[in-house]
Design a protein. Structure first.
Lengths: 511, 355
């Protein structure tokens, strides 16, 4: 038996055993924040309890709040108990928590990084973490450049003794093309792009990944998935909730930055991309970037022809009267921030030439629904009498992402009777419900991929910039305008959004 | 149990057409709408009266992750010639649309001659184009014609090598089956139960400085309880086949085994002294390190330690995972094709028995 084989741990070299990452430490910046207690640590605890993390693993929380290791552990335990009472095993928690550490410090000061470096070295020697580090930036985005610079200057952008160093960045990746480019160059000054993991938890959702499975694991859809057969595509990301307590954040962001730049653009990419040769990170991300590059730029002087923004007013959602956006907490009563966006885009490539992609995303719409609807051309000729086909609409294939994940196909069928009346019937296939169990949490999946060094489901720099580039003219135009269209809460957006499609002889579908 | 169980009235002998019609009715909701049928595989189970309830419960729990058309045979070839068919469905509402999805179960009591021709019932009831898993939760007779006829329908056979009173014979018989090119792939629940142990043991060698230690293992101890013999043997068989150990000799009823490995001799002690858990603890020793994976005082948890001489260098407690029958079978249903690691471990286990 060759030594090299043995060094690879041949006990693990088997397809029925799960892949377990190499030893390592995850350092969380902004560790006293909500995301750490609510998402990151529960996901890591679950991964550890389910034997998916290496034996030699540690978590270091870092933020300005003064706390001891024990206090930090206690706080995390309390948060975990709150989210899943009665499900936390004392012994497993104690074992996990013994690898959790806390370092109080100002992430803008270099002294903090000396201390961090010492702590990481100590963990390498005491807990066998092998010089491998993942730095998770969960702090305010305004601190990202300082943290990255300090990490770089402290030499923490490289693992210790041949180990690896990875950087995880939470969205938003900038607030326009310029700031995204600035952020990327800040990150890339100290970290190579292959070390950077931009996290959009949307891509960790099983249902979003299922778009890829649907398209590329089934031979019957792909031949129809192009301009020869498709009339247009509608992508809807609708929420029934309002901004709630996030008013201050939302005032700065708006729907375009909050949802469209990341989630909606990802759905657009997955819908329009060419089949990747393999399911590895570079092949998949390369195809996504090609879609973004192919999107026809929106002329800044004709934004109204392609984009509509709206804001919800007081209205009724499922039997409950809800306030308008301007009445929400921490929202300017004169605000023109958009809570709804509709866009018309074209993907100028061979596959999608002349096929419009209509996109809408908004809050306080009648229901929560995320879907991609592919409307096919009408049949070129119908042999049936006109009166007999009144109820017949073109075929629509709807890929529902949530809720009720599945497919729905609208097809023409004969209405029972002696004549030949033909009508449209919706056939539903709920592939999401074929498996009755709930899918694992998106953060669990993404954190494991991060530790394994698989960036397939993370955003590459040119993806983030590509998405901003499409939206930049719209944002610039809107920033100069003081008008916004209104829609009553509980309706499908402003009238201008309907007009966007009516001009093309089309209409929004009702999800 | 997943979802709401629905049962069809009646029973007795039914035709295939009647069974399909009644299953269709079971999927009809109170408001006249039809729930969807969800199936990713066919699961055919052959059991006896005594285990029937436990098996039916496990099958219903499997519906969550592996929605299937399940055909459960409660067979007694010795009795009077009778056939009794019962139908049920497990339906669940998912998502905001309120759509119902059902997994179906056909339970057939067969006694006397019909019990010797179960394949004649099973064949017509299989959902087309989906893989067929054949599960024998208890003892089975791999040399019988009945077994061969059922195996002909299957893509994978799931057995439990600990279900037989004679665990050695059972392992040998499965080893014969895996060499038969006509047989579909075979899975063993005793092997599935080892997965967390194998993974945890592999974890102890995850640090690069210890991966090389796999070559320097000098001795091992496996502590198990009566009933866990095959699990212990398969674990040692796996280590032997993966690490290139060749069994040389055994004494004390096969409990002390000597192997020759790439770097010398390895002594393994199989000790049936555990009071409870089928597999309680495994230890590996090299000249420098000792590795231990041991069930915790709470049997649901397991503690792993790595010692370098007298110093503790790594330690952790995690969930061992469930050994519920449904979970073990579910693991097998996730797997397609031949399991080469299992086959290697099984061959090595039989070599140990042959010493």
């Amino acid at each position: 038996m060759a030594d090299t084989q043995v060094l690879q741990n041949i006990l693990r070299d088997e397809q029925r055993l799960p892949r377990v990452p190499e030893p390592g430490v995850m350092v969380i910046f902004g560790a006293s924040g909500d995301l750490t207690a609510r998402k990151l640590v529960p996901a890591l605890y679950d991964l550890a309890a389910q034997r998916r993390l290496p034996l030699e693993f540690a978590v270091v929380g870092l933020s300005r709040t003064h706390m001891s290791h024990e206090e930090f552990r206690g706080k995390l335990r309390k948060a975990l108990e709150e989210h899943r009472p009665g499900e936390v095993s004392d012994d497993v928690w104690e074992s996990f928590a013994s690898g959790v550490f806390y370092l109080p410090g100002d992430s803008k000061k270099w002294e903090t990084y000396d201390e961090l470096k010492d702590l990481l070295k100590r963990l390498d020697s005491e807990r066998g973490t092998q010089g491998n580090r993942a730095f998770y930036l969960s702090s305010s985005p305004s601190l990202f450049p300082a943290i990255v610079e300090n990490l770089g200057e402290a030499g923490l952008n490289e693992g210790e003794d041949g180990g690896w160093s990875r950087l995880v960045v939470e969205k938003p990746f900038g607030r326009d093309l310029r700031s995204a480019q600035d952020l990327n160059s800040e990150l890339q000054r100290y970290f190579d792009e292959t070390q950077i993991y931009r996290i959009d938890h949307y891509l960790g959702k099983e249902t979003v990944q299922n778009i890829l499975a649907l398209r590329f694991a089934n031979g019957i859809f792909e031949p129809l998935w192009n301009q020869h057969y498709v009339d247009h595509i509608q992508i809807t990301v609708a929420e029934d909730i309002g901004v709630g307590t996030r008013g201050a954040f939302y005032e700065e962001a708006g729907a375009l930055r909050d949802i469209v730049q990341n989630h909606v653009m990802q759905v657009l990419c997955l819908t329009a991309m060419e089949p990747p040769v393999t399911f590895d990170a570079e092949s998949v991300r390369e195809e996504k970037v090609k879609v973004l590059k192919a999107v026809r730029p929106i002329p800044e002087d004709r934004v109204e022809d392609y984009a509509v923004r709206g804001q919800y007013e007081r209205g009724w959602v499922f039997g409950e009267e809800v306030p308008g956006y301007r009445e929400e907490e921490n929202v300017d009563p004169e605000s023109v921030t958009e809570t709804y966006v509709a866009l018309k885009l074209f993907v100028d490539n061979w596959r999608w030439a002349r096929v419009p992609f209509y996109i809408r995303a908004g809050k306080r719409l009648p229901k929560k629904a995320t879907e991609v609807a592919i409307q096919f051309h009408s049949s070129p000729h119908t042999p049936f009498a006109h009166d007999d086909t009144e109820g017949l609409a073109p075929n629509v294939l709807v890929v529902r992402i949530q809720p009720d994940e599945g497919l729905s196909l609208k097809i023409g069928a004969k209405v029972p009777g002696t004549g030949f009346e033909v009508s449209s019937v919706n056939m539903d296939l709920l592939y999401g419900t074929a498996f009755l169990e709930e899918a694992p949490d998106a953060y669990q999946r993404l954190l494991l991929d991060l530790m394994l060094g698989d960036p397939t489901l993370f955003i590459r720099a040119d993806e983030a910039e590509g998405a901003w580039k499409i939206l930049d003219p719209v944002m610039r135009h809107w920033s100069e305008m003081r008008e916004v269209s209104f829609y009553p809460a509980g309706t499908w957006g402003p009238e201008e959004a309907d007009a966007l499609l009516e001009r093309d002889g089309r209409e929004w579908r009702r999800p | 149990m997943i979802g709401e169980p629905r049962q069809a009235p009646g029973g007795g002998r039914m035709s295939v057409g009647q069974i399909e019609r009644e299953l269709g009715k079971l999927r009809t909701n109170d408001d006249g709408t039809l729930a969807l049928r969800s199936s990713v595989l066919n699961l055919v189970v052959v059991t006896d009266e005594e285990s029937a309830q436990e098996i039916t419960d496990s099958v219903s729990r499997l519906a969550g992750r592996h929605p299937a058309r399940a055909v459960v045979f409660i067979a007694d070839p010795e009795g009077e010639s009778t056939v009794d068919v019962r139908l049920s469905a497990y339906c669940n509402v998912r998502g905001g649309g309120g759509a119902q999805v059902c997994a179906e179960q056909v339970t057939i009591h067969a006694e006397g001659p019909p019990a010797q021709h179960l394949e004649s019932f099973a064949g017509p009831l299989l959902v087309p184009d989906l893989p067929v898993f054949l599960w024998y939760p208890g003892e089975f007779s791999p040399r019988s014609q009945e077994f061969a006829a059922m195996a002909d329908l299957a893509d994978r056979i799931i057995v439990d090598s600990a279900a037989s009173e004679n665990h050695e014979t059972c392992l040998r018989e499965i080893a014969t089956l895996i060499e038969d090119p006509e047989m579909p792939a075979i899975g063993d629940l005793q092997w599935v139960g080892l997965s967390p142990w194998r993974s945890l043991l592999a974890d102890t060698f995850g640090a690069p400085e210890r991966a090389g230690d796999l070559e320097r293992i000098e001795s091992a101890e496996v502590l198990y309880a009566p009933g866990g013999e095959n699990r212990a043997l398969l674990l040692v068989g796996w280590l032997a086949s993966t690490l290139g150990w060749k069994p040389e000799s055994a004494n004390r009823g096969g409990q002390n085994i000597e192997f020759s490995g790439p770097s010398g001799r390895i002594s393994v002690v199989l000790s049936p002294g555990s009071p409870d858990a089928r597999l309680r603890r495994i230890r590996l020793y090299s000249s420098e390190y000792s590795y231990q994976v041991s069930r915790h005082r709470e049997l649901s948890d397991v503690r792993t330690t790595v010692m370098q001489e007298d110093e503790l260098v790594a330690e952790r407690t995690v969930h061992l995972g469930s050994f519920d029958l449904g979970v073990l079978v579910g693991e097998e249903l996730s797997y397609r094709g031949r399991d080469e690691a299992y086959e290697g471990a099984l061959r090595a286990a039989v070599e140990i028995l042959d010493l």
